[in-house]
Design a protein around this ligand. Structure first.
Ligand code: ZN
Length: 156
């Protein structure tokens, strides 16, 4: 859970980062910036390992990450990368099972097929990423860590 003050500070930080690279957003978009903390109470974190499974006529979300600034490091199934740039959060290692690393730099993009386990972190300076996807059903995402809550809980 995060507080409303933390939520607003994170939204303002994201809006400032976008503005710093010339991406303009409307006041409504700024107000609706989603802050995902996965029930962990930490905002400087990993997007935890998950997959987007098929459901009722939907093949599952296919997502493309296009890096605009900084670097984003994705992990998917495949041969484990020998020297990882990123590591799972301390204490949560048991919930990370895929370690094939793909570093996406500004201008590069990578598409993750539906129902594919993945997790990611920003590089040391952070990252601005455009994500393009097929239909998204966040509530049906499956996280390796059963303690993750995808939909944010906000307190005043
Ligand atoms: Zn995903």
């Amino acid at each position: 859970m995060i507080t409303r003050v933390q939520l607003q500070a994170a939204q303002e930080r994201a809006a400032r980062m976008l503005a710093s690279i010339g991406i303009n957003i409307t006041a409504t978009e700024r107000q609706n910036i989603e802050v995902a903390e996965f029930g962990l109470g930490e905002l400087e974190q990993t997007c935890t390992e998950h997959r987007h499974p098929p459901s009722a006529g939907n093949p599952g979300k296919m997502e493309t990450f296009c890096c605009r600034w900084g670097c984003v490091v994705l992990f998917i199934k495949g041969d484990q990368t020998q020297y990882l740039q990123c590591k799972p959060p301390v204490g949560s290692e048991a919930y990370y099972t895929v370690f094939h690393e793909i570093a996406v730099s500004p201008g590069d993009q990578y598409t993750i097929p539906p129902d594919t386990l993945h997790w990611f972190q920003a590089g040391p300076e952070g990252a601005i990423v455009s994500e393009f996807s097929s239909a998204s059903h966040d509530e049906s995402d499956v996280f390796t860590d059963p303690g993750i809550r995808r939909i944010p809980e906000i307190s005043d």
